[in-house]
Design a protein around this ligand. Structure first.
Ligand code: NOJ
Length: 935
């Protein structure tokens, strides 16, 4: 059993009990304390001085696969030779196979570098371990159903030039990408439309620590290397790591040429624009449980998406480091370049470099490779009411009815840990939830859903864990015995969802647990995995997973494997009804967007966590995982009413909008607030619901093209350098809605940044004109009942105004269109509607309509797609069309003419008292019809 007294000390630390002290940082390694990070940092510092290069391509090994048959991948392959000069014993040469390919339709280059291992000659490796480097992270990260992309694009040709440092040039099909491979001193330059975008191994930091015997270690080290912790681990909490393979790290440096801004690589509680780490810790990607994490910090968190985006005004580039091991990333902004250094503990070098004109090109191509963000249940983008814990059935039903009594719309209610029988997942606490079906049926009456928590640790000695051990579907310790560690239930084992046996068992448990219930969904928490008795709050790195791979190699995809297996199982269960499952995961990796929503974990009820939640959500949104939110209004601690109000006003913009609270906190369901706070929060949640048509359209656009739902200012506007570092205001999808939530105590106004153009204050459509050619800030009034929000001129928003208790009950309500013309009198908007709950949209059962206003004169709808069946859309009537008039005053008349099919009629225009807008009521047209209105 891997768990000793030292671990007990950690376990006894009150990690989960609200403290005023924040995260206990000493539990986590610094780079200095992490053997492989330390070694690579030392290596890079020394190499900068010596400029020695130990890696070159063996020209005789080059193999260029000319199109032999259509189905064959077109790869450039060769061997890199790592040479360790040893005049005494003769140079040591290590063979590292490299491959380069262009991935189809994604404007990307893939580079892999492995190690040629010969297990048959090496009896130093334990029999229960897989002797090879783990090279299957891509199988989890990529959308492997999309076989097309993996086919690879054609390499058009290559040539060898010169003799001092031979260069091989590879071109993609349309010659927009050129890859120059320098062979003597290994280096790669990547050009996009003839502009140099990336230099790989620019600073010669490449380091692949090859397999060697401990006794021969010193023969295998270059002068720039340090042997620090190569075969052992000095860190207080991971001294037991057996490190059976010794040093195995992989590292490479990438320069973003002529780019001074990089983003991405969540999860960190830090700014949107990544910071220079020359004098700080590198950003670390290592899924860990970090209660009350430190903010403004590069420390690791629950999830890891190793995708970084760089941009300047007209070119963008992305690095996708496909590695699931513990990873550190250093960033240096140097002159007009950004220099990055990626270091992983093990695995192979597998990296995809994306090229494009704008960040949206990158996100779009990245999700082609890693999979589309799911289109979730419409109800799941409503409000979620959660707490650790609602105690029993009456408690749940009471919250349910109090929400209605005070007119707070909501769709999901949640049961945390304590609903189980003694923390045994797949069971219900008998006295508290004697009849779960009855509860679920009651909730279903208003279209509501229930989420319950199921974690991957399984309490010892009950039918679930017993069968997992018996059928060998669990995670094993380094000796090959079932690993037993500590989590909520005490001694537990962990399901191995990388293992087909584990997947099958997991699937079976869900089938039995959920049966025919339709409105029950799942929350996979603690799946980093969180292990109270483990080093760094997680799994010992020498645990063994499926196919003999160590935890060390697969760590960051474990959580993905858990939630994806859960999703697959729920999807199968729901297949009869065709309903979309909802799964929330705490740990995530690239690819998680296909099947789960996530949240920013255990924050605390203070203003700093509210502030940081915005850049955190923005970051996930630009790396293809938009369905994210933060616990409103802070997980631990009791928020003062002002903070709670402001947090709801911010939370309504999170793609995933959930109120949640720690078990030790006071009850804080929004109806418990006093007036006027209760009404202010009610108004905010009702606004979220009014905007569901627009938000759901944004989710569809995210699903289709990766468009962020919370979109950073710079994202579509890279021409304005003033926007590159803004991360406290954002656009909502493509809607043109620009929001700046208040995150400061006692604030009554706020500085907000606008690019030149016309804006309309959301509630009264009063205009704000920004002249000139550069972005400017304006002071915006924001007393407690105001959320600073504007519609950017040029957009058309769709909403449903009437309060209903849940999203489902809004299906029968008509729509309102809000037209916000730009200075030329033009505006555009799109609307997506489907049944909100099944996969029928994949067969074309949805409506997509475009609305456009031209020159302030003609407003028209164009139906791009409509469903075949009548019952898909609900009510499609338009109740009102509201038009902001500041930019089109001259063209507005007293009546308007509506042409719809062969129907033509005149309707009066209403004018607002303040003159900000005109409106057409009951125009007798629908959102799923083609019509034209002439002003
Ligand atoms: C940790 C999660 O982050 C938190 O949201 C949850 O309430 C607790 N686990 C208890 O399950």
């Amino acid at each position: 059993m891997i768990f000793n007294n030292r671990f007990l000390i950690i376990f006894l630390l009150p990690l989960y009990w609200a403290t005023a002290f924040g995260f206990t940082e000493y539990l986590l390694k610094t780079c200095q304390q992490s053997g492989f990070c330390h070694r690579n940092k030392v290596y890079s510092q020394n190499i900068l001085k010596t400029k020695n290069s130990y890696y070159s391509i063996d020209l005789s090994s080059i193999n260029y696969e000319v199109e032999k048959s259509k189905s064959e991948l077109n790869l450039f392959t060769a061997n890199i030779i790592k040479t360790i000069p040893r005049p005494d014993v003769g140079d040591i040469k290590v063979v590292l196979p490299i491959s380069i390919s262009f991935l189809k339709d994604t404007n990307s280059v893939r580079l892999t570098i492995d190690e040629d291992r010969h297990p048959e000659l090496d009896n130093s490796i334990s029999e229960i371990l897989n002797p090879y480097r783990y090279n299957e992270t891509w199988k989890w990260a990529f959308d492997i159903d999309n076989k097309d992309i993996l086919q690879g694009d054609k390499l058009s040709f290559y040539e060898l030039k010169g003799s001092s440092n031979n260069v091989i040039s590879l071109y993609n099909r349309d010659n927009s990408i050129k890859v120059e491979v320098y062979t003597n001193s290994f280096k790669i330059k990547v050009f996009y439309n003839d502009t140099l975008v990336f230099t790989v191994n620019d600073r010669l930091f490449m380091n692949l620590e090859h397999k060697r015997l401990k006794e021969l270690n010193f023969q295998n080290i270059n002068p720039e290397e340090t042997p620090y912790n190569m075969f052992g681990d000095d860190f207080e909490y991971s001294k037991d790591d057996t490190l059976k393979f010794g040093p195995e790290s992989v590292a490479l440096d990438f320069t973003f040429n002529n780019m001074e801004n990089v983003y991405g690589i969540p999860e960190h509680a830090d700014s949107l624009k990544l910071k220079d780490t020359s004098n700080t810790e590198p950003y670390r990607l290592f899924n860990v449980d970090v209660f009350e994490y430190t903010i403004d910090s590069p420390m690791p968190m629950y999830g890891a998406i190793p995708f970084m985006i760089g941009t300047n005004k007209d070119t963008s580039a992305g690095i996708f480091w496909v590695n699931a091991a513990d990873t550190w990333v250093d960033i240096a902004y140097e002159g007009s370049d950004t220099k990055t250094h990626w270091i992983s503990e093990t695995g192979i070098i597998d990296v995809v470099l994306f090229l494009g004109k704008s960040p949206s090109d990158l996100t779009k191509n990245y999700i082609k490779l890693t999979g589309k963000p799911q289109l979730p249940l419409l109800s799941s983008i409503g409000y979620h009411q959660c707490r650790w814990n609602y105690n029993d059935e009456p408690d749940v039903l009471n919250v349910d009815s109090e929400m209605d009594k005070y007119q707070f719309p909501f769709d999901f209610i949640w049961l945390d840990l304590e609903y189980t029988d003694d923390k045994k997942y797949f069971t219900w606490k008998p006295n508290s939830f004697p009849n779960p079906k009855r509860l679920l049926n009651k909730l279903a009456r208003l279209g509501r859903q229930l989420v319950v928590l199921i974690d991957p640790h399984l309490k010892l000695n009950y039918f679930v864990s017993d069968s997992v051990v018996e059928d060998q579907g669990c995670v094993y310790n380094s000796e090959g015995d079932p690993f037993i560690g500590h989590c909520w239930p005490g001694n537990s084992i962990w399901i191995d969802t990388l293992n087909p046996i584990g997947q099958k068992l997991w699937d079976g448990f869900f089938k039995k647990f959920i049966g025919s219930i339709k409105n029950l969904h799942i929350w996979n928490d603690m799946n980093e995995p969180s292990i109270f008795s483990g080093p760094e709050t997680t799994a010992p790195k020498d645990l063994i997973h499926y196919a003999g791979f160590e935890e060390r190699s697969i760590h960051n995809i474990y959580g993905l494997s858990v939630h994806e297996t859960t999703y697959d199982s729920l999807k199968e269960i729901k297949d009869g009804s065709g309903l979309r499952p909802f799964v929330l995961t705490r740990a995530f990796f690239a690819g998680s967007q296909r099947t789960a929503a996530t949240w920013t974990g255990d924050n605390a009820a203070n203003w700093d966590y509210l502030r940081i939640s915005i850049p955190m959500c923005l970051t996930n949104n630009i790396v293809g995982m938009p369905f994210i939110g933060a616990d409103v209004a802070g997980f631990s601690g009791d928020p003062e009413p002002e903070l709670l109000v402001r947090w709801y006003q911010a939370g309504i913009w999170y793609p995933f909008f959930r109120g949640h609270a720690h078990i030790d906190t006071k009850r804080r369901e929004p109806y418990l607030l006093d007036e006027p706070d209760r009404s202010i929060v009610r108004e905010a949640i009702q606004l979220r619901y009014a905007l569901l048509p627009m938000l759901y359209t944004s989710f569809f656009n995210a699903h289709r093209t990766g468009t962020p739902i919370m979109k950073p200012m710079f994202y579509d506007k890279t021409m304005y350098p003033e926007l590159y570092a803004i991360d406290d205001q954002f656009y909502v999808g493509d809607s043109g809605l620009l929001v700046k939530p208040i995150v400061d105590k006692e604030a009554t106004s706020v500085e907000m940044m606008f690019v030149p153009g016309i804006y309309y204050e959301y509630t009264n459509l009063s205009p704000l004109i920004i002249n000139g050619i550069v972005p400017q800030s304006r002071n915006i009034d924001a007393p407690l009942d105001i959320i600073p929000m504007f519609i950017e001129g040029g957009h058309i928003l769709t909403r449903r105004n009437k309060y209903r208790r849940s999203s489902k009950l809004m299906r029968h309500d008509p729509y309102t269109l809000v037209i916000a013309p730009d200075v030329y009198g033009n505006a555009f908007g799109d609307l997506y509607i489907d049944d909100g709950e099944t996969f029928e949209f994949e067969k074309g059962e949805y409506l997509e309509t475009n609305f456009s206003l031209n020159d302030g004169k003609v407003l028209k709808s164009t139906v791009l797609n409509e469903p075949q069946f009548d019952n898909v859309l609900g009510n499609t009537d338009i109740y009102e069309i509201k038009i902001a008039t500041a930019a089109i005053k001259k063209t507005v008349k007293k009546t308007v003419t509506i042409i719809s099919g062969s129907n033509k009629h005149e309707v009066p225009l209403h004018r607002s008292e303040d003159g900000n807008w005109v409106s057409i009521r009951y125009p007798k047209i629908k959102v799923d019809e083609t019509w034209e209105i002439t002003f």
